[in-house]
Ligand binder design. Structure first.
Ligand SMILES: Cc1cc2nc3c(=O)[nH]c(=O)nc-3n(C[C@H](O)[C@H](O)[C@H](O)COP(=O)(O)OP(=O)(O)OC[C@H]3O[C@@H](n4cnc5c(N)ncnc54)[C@H](O)[C@@H]3O)c2cc1C
Length: 418
């Protein structure tokens, strides 16, 4: 049984921590900080927890964190079960088909795939049950000034505040990172692909299926998560860096339409573009990996995508965020709130695990989205060969599949109890 300090420490004596961002990292971090007795404020730029995106995976230690938060049964009850993945040619004819777990690797018994929206809701529910945790939506940090024993913070809307610690869990384009660590570009590895995900009606009459097509440098995907659950479309396209307004979905839609303007005859492109026009929950971003030489500076630390985004191609963004947040909160408790001790232990424990996850083969865009028709054919032939071998039960001499490498990376950390 975990100890719960939230009630035993008098409110006035609790250390005050500001968490920026209420994604998987921010919610997990805030839950554990509050449970460990820290007076925790979460500031989130969106007016409510942000929904959107595809299903995400909780693997290995991230499942254990969910267990320790008491939400694992609800997470499993909401799990996504895909029946099949179908790769289609330009006319919509199947090129290959696999079961819904293809490429996920062996040994996944305990792992869970869940809609990002469902996980967000369940983490929010867990947060609502701990004391000492306050959320401020529709606001953002605007400045962070630290001294030896506190951090002064200003906000867009709320009055300024003084905190013992500031923790940035505000994603790929972290404001805390920009304010406390400087030059964003130095930490960003932009992989040259943009991704757009948005809700659509079930226009293809699918059920628990993923349909996808690859064009050179582009990917078109439709995911249907089950009747009663939503259907989402995705466009991915290669492009040099594009400057765009992150708060202007209409401008983002124009960029996507431009990228696919010559592909309307291709399977599903035209109907998906029509649905994009109507979408109200567009998620659009450049596929970017974040690597930093240090995740903390004085009384400020980063976690999740803000510190170490592995990219959605890895499938490990949420698991590393959840695990990193659990360890960061735990080490703060273990060090009695001393940031120098806690932040260095957090980084020593989490960095090797993160680095393995940032290096999984799914990172290779050329594998996921070949840039030429020849590359696509080669990739399809490779997939068919792996499937034929697997179907025949022939595993002799088999190299580790990409999925097996992922499984190893996903489990490369032992969690302490705090
Ligand atoms: C809408 C959306 C859809 C996504 N879809 C997918 C997907 O389909 N597949 C996938 O693998 N990954 C997806 N991701 C990324 C995935 O959620 C993360 O990689 C992972 O869960 C790590 O979470 P995080 O909490 O570190 O970052 P995020 O999930 O990005 O959460 C960061 C949070 O911080 C908030 N924020 C940003 N700036 C500020 C600020 N200045 N002040 C306060 N709050 C701020 C954001 O609104 C967001 O709620 C998506 C992210 C978002 C935001």
């Amino acid at each position: 049984m975990q100890s719960d300090n939230s009630r035993s420490i008098p409110r006035a004596e609790r250390r005050k921590v500001l968490v920026s961002g209420a994604g998987a990292a921010g919610q997990t971090l805030a839950y554990w900080l509050a449970r460990h007795g820290f007076e925790t404020t979460v500031v989130e730029r969106a007016p409510a927890p942000r929904i959107g995106g595809f299903a995400i995976d909780l693997r290995g230690p991230a499942v254990h964190v969910a267990e320790r938060m008491g939400i694992i049964d609800a997470v499993r009850a909401s799990r996504v079960r895909m029946k099949e993945i179908v790769h289609l040619d330009h006319l919509g004819e199947p090129v290959w088909r696999t079961d819904g777990n293809f490429g996920a690797g062996a040994g996944l018994t305990g792992d869970v795939e869940i809609l990002r929206d469902d996980l967000t809701a369940l983490l929010g529910r867990a947060c609502a049950e701990v004391e000492g945790l306050t959320h401020r939506f529709d606001d953002s940090v605007t400045s962070v000034r630290q001294s030896d024993d506190h951090v002064d913070v200003t906000f867009e809307k709320s009055p300024p505040g003084r905190f013992d610690l500031v923790l940035g869990a505000d994603g790929l384009h972290s404001t805390v990172r920009a304010l406390a660590f400087g030059d964003a570009e130095a930490y960003e590895k932009r992989l040259g692909y943009h991704v757009a995900i948005f809700s659509i009606p079930n226009i293809l009459d699918m059920e628990q299926q993923m349909f996808m097509s690859t064009l050179p440098g582009k990917l078109v995907t439709v995911m249907q998560y089950g009747l009663g659950k939503h259907t989402r479309g995705m466009f991915v396209f290669a492009s040099p860096p594009i400057e765009f307004d992150r708060r202007d979905p209409e401008a983002q839609k124009a960029l996507i339409r431009e990228a696919f303007k010559d592909d309307h005859a291709y399977w599903a492109v035209a109907p998906l573009l029509a649905e994009l026009d109507r979408a109200t929950d567009l998620y659009f971003d450049e596929v970017t990996q974040i690597t930093m030489p240090a995740w903390s500076s004085g009384r400020v630390a980063l976690v999740g995508d803000a510190a170490f985004a592995p990219t959605p191609l890895s499938g490990q963004g949420t698991s590393t965020a959840v695990v990193g947040s659990y360890v960061l909160a735990g080490e703060l408790k273990a060090a009695g709130g001393d940031p120098a001790v806690a932040f260095s232990r957090y980084e020593a424990k989490v960095r090797p695990y993160v680095e393995l996850n940032q290096a999984v083969p799914f990172q290779s865009p050329e594998l996921a989205i070949p840039s030429t028709w020849e590359g696509i054919e080669r990739r399809d032939a490779d997939v068919r060969a792996v499937m034929a071998k697997r179907d025949s039960g022939d595993t002799a001499g088999a190299d580790m599949t990409a999925g097996d490498v992922l499984t190893r990376a996903a489990n490369a950390i032992e969690l302490d109890s705090y």
